[in-house]
Ligand binder design. Structure first.
Ligand code: SPV
Ligand code: MG
Length: 316
């Protein structure tokens, strides 16, 4: 099934579905192997992995390069966090074409101003003009060539302190402009705002949430509220940062790698995640025997992941 169709089915599933953040090829593969049906290409964590701020400091083509690596090594759909769309309606049109070429199933755009700031930084961030933002959604829907490519419209009214009424007004305008789903974002520690929104919204189109700040909420409450898709938005990056800091300190302080060896992934696990076994098999098929590398028994024994492209369905 095409990745776009997989993602559309996630949005339209009668159950609450879950996707997890990834920020590069290896983390994307780890998300898929864990059993998730989709990947959140997080603006925050892609920026963080590049060592820059979540303020559009990474250019949109740099983000595209990262998401292409993620897409190439996975067979589940990616919802790319495309911030504000990196410009106006015209930039959004070009972005959609480039995402479709890379088999990215869906994008999320938010009604803030370029360059954006992460929603958890500061107060009362300025919001986009509703009609102008609706035009971006319409432009995206008009230009997509795959009918199942999805546009998720992210409402930042609660983040900016404009209240429930404004959030609903914006969400309705974006739904009418053609959005396939509404992401309602909140930064308070309780789920009250998004649950109040969901109660009023009455499932007019699928709802997506990002419970980073209201993380203690039992998942059943989201299910009862009819939330379609929950995004666990940054947890692999945060896990990796903590572990990398700890291991780096220990190696530095002990001037030795002896004590950490048993606590980190073996080198052969990196080979496995890179699908080294498939290359070995391909060499056997395509290289004359005299030019093949000496057998690396351990790699050859691993069952290879699918060949590049083998599981990635065309979106056209
Ligand atoms: C991201 O993961 O980049 C998001 C979610 O946009 S948030 O950080 O909550 O804004
Ligand atoms: Mg973001």
């Amino acid at each position: 099934m095409r990745k776009t169709t997989q993602f559309k089915q996630l949005l339209q599933s009668p159950r609450t579905e879950f996707i997890l953040e990834a920020h590069n090829g290896i983390s994307a593969r780890i998300v898929e192997e864990a059993g998730f049906k989709g990947i959140w290409g997080s603006g925050l964590t892609i920026s963080a992995s590049l060592g820059v701020r979540d303020n559009n400091e990474a250019s949109w083509t740099q983000v595209l390069d990262v998401v292409e690596f993620m897409s190439d090594v996975t067979s589940i759909p990616i919802l790319l966090d495309a911030d504000t769309g990196y410009g106006n309606f015209n930039n959004v049109r070009r972005l959609v074409r480039k995402l479709e070429q890379r088999h990215v199933a869906a994008m999320c755009i938010e009604d803030k101003l370029f360059p954006k700031t992460n929603s958890f930084i500061g107060e009362q961030q300025p919001l986009a003009d509703v009609e102008e933002f609706a035009g971006k959604i319409k432009a995206a829907k008009d230009v997509q060539s795959d009918p199942d490519f999805c546009v998720v419209a992210r409402v930042e009214a609660l983040i900016a302190g404009w209240g429930l009424g404004e959030a609903l007004r914006r969400a309705d305008a974006y739904r009418r402009a053609g959005a396939d789903a509404i992401l309602i974002h909140s930064k308070i520690a309780e789920p009250d705002e998004v649950l109040a929104f969901a109660a009023e919204w009455q499932n007019e189109c699928p709802l997506v949430i990002v419970p980073t700040m209201y993380h203690q909420t039992p998942t059943e409450r989201f299910e009862e509220a009819g939330i379609s898709l929950v995004i666990w938005a940054n947890h692999l990056m945060r896990a990796a940062v903590l572990r990398m800091q700890e291991i780096a300190r220990r190696i530095h302080d002990k001037r030795s790698i002896a004590s950490v060896e048993g606590e980190i992934a073996p080198v052969r696990e990196l080979f496995r995640l890179q699908n080294a076994a498939e290359l070995k098999e391909a060499e056997a098929r395509y290289l004359p025997a005299r030019l093949q590398r000496p057998d690396v028994a351990e790699i050859a024994q691993q069952s290879p992941l699918p060949a590049p492209g083998a599981t990635v369905q065309s979106t056209s």
